[in-house]
Design a protein around this ligand. Structure first.
Ligand SMILES: *Cc1c(COP(=O)(O)O)cnc(C)c1O
Length: 213
């Protein structure tokens, strides 16, 4: 039951982080059940079915886009999004600036492990990208996001999360205006424990909360 898993997760996470329920494999009905259990943050990674779910949820549900956003799709959904976790391209930033009628809270996605299959900027590219974002009035950079590598090796996962934390701390002097790198979006069903130990402030949880598809 969603209610039971939510209560359990809430206990574990405490005040440190916000829990984002990732509903990508679930129906609007399931998302509503999560809302009724108390969930207020919802994560989606695909455009298909997104608007239907957004409409099913009450106004005060906050919606996070956690997947790769294609620039040509931005205009279709941006006004229904509160957060974007995957910003890593100028082309997407430009479309947000052009089409959003509100300020979108964004995380810069960072590819810490350097795996070629992963999206995101390399850590070295982040400072320059942040400076580029200063001109974008519809974008507020609130933090960094990463995905851990697919591995059973907890030390490797911990290393990736720690690198993101170190990167965030190293960017402190950049914080002014619309650049406020304070948050860390990291940790999913299998590794949120590790992410919390390394300073996660948003965890994105699908199967462990919603059930496997
Ligand atoms: C699917 C997904 C999640 C949640 O995955 P689970 O393992 O089901 O918790 C988190 N973040 C992103 C970017 C995802 O695509």
């Amino acid at each position: 039951m969603i209610r039971d898993s939510y209560e359990k997760l809430k206990q574990e996470i405490g005040d440190q982080a916000k829990l984002i329920a990732v509903t990508k494999y679930h129906s609007a009905e399931d998302a509503l059940a999560a809302y009724d259990a108390g969930v207020r943050h919802f994560g989606e990674n695909r455009i298909e079915g997104f608007l239907e779910k957004r409409e099913a949820l009450p106004e005060d549900a906050e919606v996070h886009f956690i997947g790769t956003l294609q620039s040509r799709k931005v205009k279709d959904i941006i006004d229904h999004l509160n957060y974007v976790h995957s910003l890593d391209r100028m082309s997407v930033a430009k479309k947000i600036e052009q089409y959003s009628s509100h300020t979108v809270k964004c995380f810069i996605q960072v590819n810490v492990s350097g795996e070629s299959s992963k999206h995101g900027l390399s850590p070295e590219e982040v400072p320059g990208f942040l400076d580029d974002m200063r001109a974008y009035s519809r974008i507020r950079i609130i933090g960094l996001m990463t995905m851990a590598p697919h591995t059973e090796d907890e030390a490797e996962i911990a290393w990736v999360f720690e690198q993101l934390r170190i990167l965030k701390d190293s960017l402190k002097e950049k914080n002014s205006g619309n650049i406020q790198v304070e948050e860390l979006s990291m940790g999913m069903s299998n590794d949120y424990h590790v992410a919390l130990r390394h300073g996660a402030t948003y965890v994105r949880i699908g199967s462990k909360l919603m059930g496997s598809r």
